[in-house]
Design a protein around this ligand. Structure first.
Ligand code: WQD
Length: 340
């Protein structure tokens, strides 16, 4: 009997590629559709090299019916879809909202349409802690109030609401919405990792580029927050733990009490920006020069997850710590810089 095949939209990206590796290592077959708008085709070879297994890759836009249908036609039958595809730069979404509404919503709608067209009943959605907006109560629980502060987060929330409406109408359509906190780090091989185009918006890729001399110094945005050391607190989670959380979701989908569930994927621990930078400098012999600067507009002081539901519903818990995240991110940047 052949293995269940999982279709990853945007599967050549940071989270998609790590999830592909974990799914393959867990006995699933993997197909990917990716338009390479924020990823690189070389990632296909890296995934195959790490796992020793072949994957199908369709270069196309899952927001176009003819492309996503081609993926199902050529790679099917598909047991489950994990929908990663979408633009994800919070800052850019503020300046180009229509680009985000069009791309992120069309990608989701066309992919869900194709699931129904080809009889795929299982849909896992790459959501984000950003749907909690400016949450005040910590740790954040899945049933807490949802809101958004920028168009990127708004698209995630709109898609979540669409999925709720679809699952109410279609009781045999199963959905798990995974709300990521702050994914950081890279696969232990150093062959795949976070590879943002241009100057990174996110913290860890900025740190590693400073550490290898591609950028001069890190500016820590704000040191006057109401937190123990004055810098923001986040729930940083190792990308490998995050990927394993997706495998658990694929394992469990269709066997849960409800046909739609939202689940936080975090470590459930708050770590400050300064603590992360200090840990990185511990493992890199002080490679990241950092200075304090003004707050960044839109940042929330504290955000970390309640992870009870992930443990109870998915049987998943993050294992790796902040040091592992820093070591793996640094190894990726060092190995990756040789290629560029
Ligand atoms: C983390 C902390 C910054 C860069 C965003 C999205 C979220 C998810 C992850 C997609 C903040 C500080 C950062 C720098 C800094 N993405 N920082 N100097 O904003 O928590 O979450 O990315 O799903 O949806 O909202 O992540 O890495 O940008 O920032 O001091 O050069 O690091 O102020 O406190 P964020 P981040």
């Amino acid at each position: 009997m052949s293995n269940k095949k999982i279709l990853l939209t945007g599967g050549l990206g940071y989270i998609g590629s790590h999830t592909a590796v974990s799914l393959l290592n867990s006995g699933y077959d993997v197909a990917i559709i990716d338009d390479l708008s924020n990823s690189h085709i070389e990632v296909k070879d890296a995934i195959q090299k790490i796992t020793g297994k072949k994957i199908d890759v369709i270069i196309g836009d899952c927001g176009k019916a003819e492309d996503i249908n081609r993926a199902f036609e050529e790679c099917g039958p598909i047991y489950a879809v994990v929908h990663f595809a979408g633009f994800k730069a919070v800052g850019e979404s503020v300046h180009k909202p229509l680009k985000y509404y069009k791309n992120n919503l069309e990608s989701a709608i066309e992919t869900i349409n194709a699931c129904f067209k080809y009889g795929c009943k299982n849909f896992i959605f790459s959501s984000s802690a950003t749907v909690y907006g400016n949450a005040q109560r910590m740790p954040i629980v899945e049933s807490d109030l949802l809101s958004y502060t920028q168009p990127y987060g708004e698209t995630k929330l709109v898609i979540e609401n669409m999925l709720c409406g679809i699952c109410k109408a279609e009781k045999d359509f199963n959905v798990i919405m995974l709300r990521y906190f702050n994914p950081v780090g890279a696969h232990e091989s150093g062959l795949i990792g976070e590879d943002p185009n241009g100057i990174p918006n996110n913290l860890m890729p900025y740190i590693t580029k400073v550490a290898v001399g591609k950028l001069e110094k890190l500016t820590i945005f704000g040191s006057d927050y109401p937190t123990p050391d004055g810098t923001c607190v986040r729930d940083f989670i190792h990308i490998t733990d995050l990927a394993e959380g997706h495998v658990k979701a694929v394992d469990k989908i269709g066997h849960l009490e409800n046909n739609i569930e939202a689940v936080n994927l975090g470590r459930g621990k708050g770590v400050s920006v300064k603590e992360l930078v200090d840990t990185f400098n511990e493992i890199s012999n002080g490679a990241c020069k950092a200075v304090y600067g003004p707050r960044r507009e839109g940042d929330v002081p504290v955000s970390y997850a309640d992870v009870k539901k992930a443990n109870e519903v998915l049987g998943w818990k993050a294992r790796l710590g902040v040091k592992d995240m820093c070591i793996s991110a640094y190894k990726w940047e060092l190995s990756h810089m040789e290629k560029k």
